[in-house]
Design a protein around this ligand. Sequence first.
Ligand code: NAD
Length: 278
Amino acid sequence: MERRLEGQVAVITGGASGIGAATAEKLIAHGAKVVLGDIQEDRLAGFVTGLGADAIGCRCDVTKEDDVRGLVETAMDSYGRIDVMFNNAGIVGAIGPMETTPTEEWKFTLDILLNGVFYGMKHASKHMKLARRGSIVSMSSTAGVMGGLGPHAYAAAKHAVVGLTKNLAAEVCSFGVRVNCLAPGLIATPLAAAAVTGDPDGIDEAMSAFIDQSPLTGRAGMPEDVANAVLWLASDEAGYINGQTIAIDAGLTTGSKPGDPNFAEYQPILREAGKSGF
Ligand SMILES: NC(=O)c1ccc[n+]([C@@H]2O[C@H](COP(=O)([O-])OP(=O)(O)OC[C@H]3O[C@@H](n4cnc5c(N)ncnc54)[C@H](O)[C@@H]3O)[C@@H](O)[C@H]2O)c1
């Protein structure tokens, strides 16, 4: 297999679980070293041990700028470079109608999903500008490009990630640094399992619901689908891709729907069109 990130260094927040963990495995398989941050310390430690010598794990709460700065500096101190920053950590956050959304929960959700991304962008881009290369990938969502797909705070933060991505891309493009974000649909992870079944460990039980909600019949969205997109955005193959939001949603946000598409049967074209007014 061609190793597309040989010798490169990636920092991933929320790296102990789901999409972050799948991305760590994918990037290592392609020759990268990874520095993973998460608040689930035990889970992270066990995962990093399994990954072997190419991974470092650090406790990192993305709501704390010093933690995120420390995560990036760990990459610089340990490997002397940072090529990829994946701002991935997340939660579903405040749920429910606007009028009953507690302000503290709103702020807490934005602290993780938006401020955490800002800290990652801030501290990674500084080094990448100096190195005149790098790829920043941040986590938005289908709920960040359409209304009605997630709770208010989640949707607001994920839309903001799209905007921040475009703006930072405009700032750092002249330094050879690319900035993009991802908009996954429902992906089979502990976060999504918790949303569907109430149990983050219930991925197997939730799988039929993931499949039913997928526009691609019989096929759920998997963490590796997102990891593949990060790999591509990190690689030279995406060297002219900047400021973009890449949907990984089986076409959900472009009109594809689960189940019967209900398109009309063929009928001959209306030859009288233009004469009759139809
Ligand atoms: N799974 C989906 O359907 C889906 C769809 C669209 C977007 N996303 C986004 O993908 C990202 C990853 O989610 P996932 O589905 O892999 O969920 P997950 O729960 O498996 O992983 C999220 C990780 O983030 C960590 N985390 C939470 N708060 C943190 C904090 N303050 N600091 C550091 N780490 C923290 C968790 O401990 C966990 O390990 C999230 O940003 C989520 O919003 C997920």
